[in-house]
Design a protein around this ligand. Structure first.
Ligand SMILES: Nc1ncnc2c1ncn2[C@@H]1O[C@H](COP(=O)(O)OP(=O)(O)OP(=O)(O)O)[C@@H](O)[C@H]1O
Ligand SMILES: [Mg+2]
Length: 209
């Protein structure tokens, strides 16, 4: 079993003349929670799509659990456990683990039976099915983080990560800017990095905010 769960090696994605991902090499360790952040248009969604198999990269490869999955379709990658999550919401301490995840699933369906089924599926995926009926407040910190990821997965959301919500949850942050890895490191260091601040401010100025 390799220590690295997911790796992108020299990944490029070009859309005509536009370079959305430029030589992106990242690694995610087994059990590690990594936040991929960056200003609008940095190439985050593109990289997710390349990892999930929605798009084939123009160049480079995607390695999952020691296997080169670059040529595998999205369905086959899903079966191997590559999933996408977009938005993380804080859990409700006074509710059970399963109810927390059902709340997330109810964003996608109004049918309770379907929401419960989805919640169980996601809890299993996150390794929390044995804890389904305990209160969220009783979870240990690492389980709480997994619950928050489970809730996010259950919503199948379309909205992208919000930095302030994601940062406390991650072990490491990788910052993309203009299609390239700008920097990576501990969340607290990354948010103070002048390069990162400039990338975000530049982006804000560009949209006039
Ligand atoms: N299918 C596509 N065809 C052409 N250009 C695309 C396509 N998808 C993305 N792009 C361009 O690639 C660049 C990166 O976009 P991407 O959506 O990956 O950025 P992002 O970091 O997810 O941005 P946001 O924070 O706004 O979600 C942008 O300039 C975008 O316009
Ligand atoms: Mg995006």
């Amino acid at each position: 079993m390799s220590e690295t769960l997911l790796e992108t090696r020299g990944v490029w994605q070009r859309f005509g003349g536009l370079v959305a991902n430029s030589d992106v090499s990242i690694k995610v360790g087994r059990g590690e929670i990594v936040g991929l952040i960056g200003p609008n248009g940095a190439g985050k969604s593109t990289l997710f799509n390349l990892i999930a198999g929605v798009l084939p990269p123009t160049q480079g490869s995607i390695i999952f659990d020691g296997e080169d999955v670059t040529k595998l379709p999205a369905t086959a990658r899903c079966a191997r456990g590559i999933g996408r999550t977009f938005q993380v919401v804080k859990s409700f301490e006074s509710m059970t683990v399963i109810d927390n995840v059902i709340v997330g699933a109810l964003i996608r369906t109004t049918v309770m039976r379907e929401a419960r089924r989805k919640a169980h599926e996601v809890l299993k995926f996150c390794g929390l099915d044995a804890r389904a009926d305990v209160l969220a407040s009783q979870l240990i910190p690492s389980e709480k983080r997994r619950l928050e990821v489970a809730r996010a997965l259950a919503t199948e959301p379309k909205v992208e990560h919000v930095m302030e919500i994601v940062m406390p949850l991650v072990d490491r942050a990788i910052v993309l800017d203009l299609g390239k890895v700008l920097t990576e490191g501990k969340p607290a260091d990354v948010v103070r990095d002048p390069k990162v601040i400039t990338a975000y401010l530049g982006d804000r100025h560009a949209v006039g905010a």
